[in-house]
Write a protein that binds this ligand. Structure first.
Ligand code: NAD
Ligand code: MG
Length: 394
């Protein structure tokens, strides 16, 4: 490769953001940090700015921006500090940027991720919520702008690696029978059902295989993460929900599989370390070192598979229903889930109530057609209001 790639990392202080910076630091001859964003951990963002010396940093508010600007200037850095959603969109779409890592968690990541797509960037998509919310519009924007969209979610990155280069012709045309989306089953896979209402946020966040942010950890425990990933896979690979089968695989070594009509099943395997999909997407179509240890199959020793238990994990069924309903249903599912997960993390509701809240709100509010981003954002905010009402009635 000839020139240095300029990379914006949205959500730099998070789990995916830090793993991305770890990979970038291994390849200074390839990648330069153009912009970093943070939201709550601003001391960490400041420390990252000192190391990576980006052209821009983005924080939530003007006051925090002034503070960080003063500190960085005193340290002799030329970094310019921006703030708010406009600042995020600016560094996502800046003409000097080649690659954008979309690693903000939740709906807040949608506007800057879409801005990167509309500007035709190479977009590394970790923020699955953005695609779940705005699916059709998002994919239309990718086609229109010529953006290169590469999945970071380990399962989708695995599927992408197992599909032929011309899969956009259609899954049937390239001989794919179905996609097998693997799931670890999370920390509560075997817990007696009657104990689920007593589990704590700490237990939910203690994932057996992956170290991740708190929201996605709770989503993994409820299997809403797999539900969101099912919807994500439908959009990324132009699949129907029926073409995707969820397979519980507790070891998290096979990251997903593609089943072809001739009986061949291709899988991507690796240690559960997000630096593998991050590095794959950053360097694609090349392959470079990620720092991840080689997979030791003798240490893994065995690979187990189970069908998902939808009684234990109703969120998976709710996500499948939202995928089938289409329109604004996935955006509403995502919004209510975000409110429910935050309430669970604040100990305001019990774990099984995450699913109850989603089910109650989705069953009272019909899905509408999605014609514009405004329609998506209106559905998101309406669903959040209904979820808050559900909380106050409780
Ligand atoms: P995290 O909580 O560790 O980090 C989230 C980042 O988003 C932080 O930098 C935070 O400052 C920023 N942020 C939070 N709220 C914000 C807001 N309102 N506005 C702007 N920035 C905000 O989360 P994570 O585990 O790194 O996950 C990030 C995304 O990647 C999520 O969408 C998640 O589903 C996806 N993902 C994560 C993993 C993983 O292994 N961690 C795997 C697959 C997909
Ligand atoms: Mg995943």
């Amino acid at each position: 490769m000839s020139h240095l790639q300029q990379v914006t990392v949205l959500g730099a202080t998070g789990s995916i953001g830090l793993s991305t910076l770890d990979v970038i630091a291994r390849h200074p001859e390839r990648y330069q940090v153009f912009a970093l964003s943070g939201f709550s951990r601003l001391a960490e963002l400041e420390a990252l700015c000192m190391i990576y010396r980006p052209r821009f940093a983005v924080v939530p508010q003007a006051q925090a921006a002034d503070q960080l600007q003063a500190t960085l200037r005193a340290a002799g850095l030329a970094t310019q500090v921006l703030h708010g959603p406009e600042g995020l969109c600016q560094v996502a779409a800046h003409p000097d940027v080649n690659t954008v890592m979309a690693a903000i968690v939740g709906a807040a990541g949608l506007p800057p991720t879409l801005a990167a797509v509309e500007a035709g960037k190479k977009v590394l998509l970790a923020n699955k919520e953005a695609l779940v919310m705005s699916g059709a519009l998002f994919m239309q924007a990718v086609k229109r702008s010529g953006a290169v969209l590469l999945p970071i979610d380990s399962e989708h990155n695995a599927i992408f690696q197992c599909l032929p280069g011309d899969y956009s012709l259609g899954l049937q045309q390239v001989g794919v029978r179905r996609i097998l989306l693997t799931a670890s089953g999370g920390p509560f896979r075997e817990m007696p059902l009657e104990q689920l209402h007593t589990v704590t946020p700490e237990q939910a966040c203690a994932h057996p295989n992956w170290s991740m942010g708190r929201k996605i950890s709770v989503d993994s425990a409820s299997m809403m993460n797999k539900g969101l990933e099912l919807i994500e896979a439908c959009w990324l690979f132009d699949a129907t929900p029926a073409q995707i089968e969820v397979v519980v695989h507790p070891q998290s070594v096979i990251h997903s599989l593609v089943d072809y009509v001739d009986g061949s099943v291709l899988a991507q395997l690796g240690n559960p370390d997000m630096r593998t999909p991050i590095t794959h997407a950053l360097a694609w179509p090349e392959r470079i070192d990620s720092g991840v240890a080689p997979l030791d199959l003798f240490a893994v020793a065995r690979l187990d598979f189970q069908a998902p238990d939808e009684q234990r994990f109703p969120c998976l069924r709710l996500a499948r229903e939202a995928a089938q309903a289409g329109g604004t249903a996935p955006a509403m599912l995502n919004a209510v889930n975000e409110v429910a997960v935050a309430a669970f993390l604040e100990r305001r509701i019990r774990f099984p109530e995450i699913a109850s809240m989603i089910e109650d709100v989705l069953h009272t509010e019909p899905a509408l057609a999605v014609e514009s981003l405004d329609a998506v954002l209106a559905a998101d905010s309406r669903a959040r209001d209904l979820a808050e009402q559900w909380l106050s009635r409780r």
